[in-house]
Design a protein around this ligand. Sequence first.
Ligand SMILES: [Zn+2]
Length: 249
Amino acid sequence: MAVKKTEAIVIRSYPLGDSSKILTFYTKEFGKVRAVAKGAKRTKSKFRGNVELLNHGFLVFFEKPNRDLQNVNEFDLINCFGQLKQDFDQTTYACYCSELVDAIEFEGGVNQGVFSLLIDTFKALPAAKDILLLVRTFELCLLNETGYMPLFSHCISCSDLLIDTPAKFSDRLGGLICLTCRRQDLHSVSISLESIKLLKTLQQTDISVPYEAQVSPKNHQELKTVLFSLIANQTQKQIKSLQFIENLK
Ligand SMILES: [Zn+2]
């Protein structure tokens, strides 16, 4: 049994009996770690309420090889993102971002870029003028970091360059298709040139310096359609917090 120490973010939390919690951490050094925090729900717990969803802290756990569930020994708080948690929408979208990290599978599983992306997003949310634009940027950055970088500059079928060229989005092919290739997916959907430009811009955006722009409801809807489709292709899972967000509208 080895003692492991790393920075970590609590991305999921479930009760275990009356007093304990099963937690999923996204850690800087070991990727996703599932662990039990024994007695975490007791008022006099050694965790002092630190093992809450979205908290960033310094985790010490005992690693038992070949076990799916580890034991949390310590979790010292670095940042509880108090400002974010005072706002319902920001908290909901931060939970959505955490759930996406949990759901998306990628090779190796250890990715410090994903770890930093989550922290930078939580820090950026309270200042964001347009939360949805920030969340779309997060989704694109997550796809890039995990190796599923979508191409918005070329037709996914014939590879022709798309510069100010009308195109459609193919859910089945997972990218943009030029009008010559549109017969390859009769269910492809329209996407405006403005939305294609926005996708390219957001893909190049550093989330700690978020892109600010006036985005029309139509463009927002198109960005959402494209990103949800690309994410669904990668996760193959239903994102529960997304359904929750959709039900609020
Ligand atoms: Zn084409």
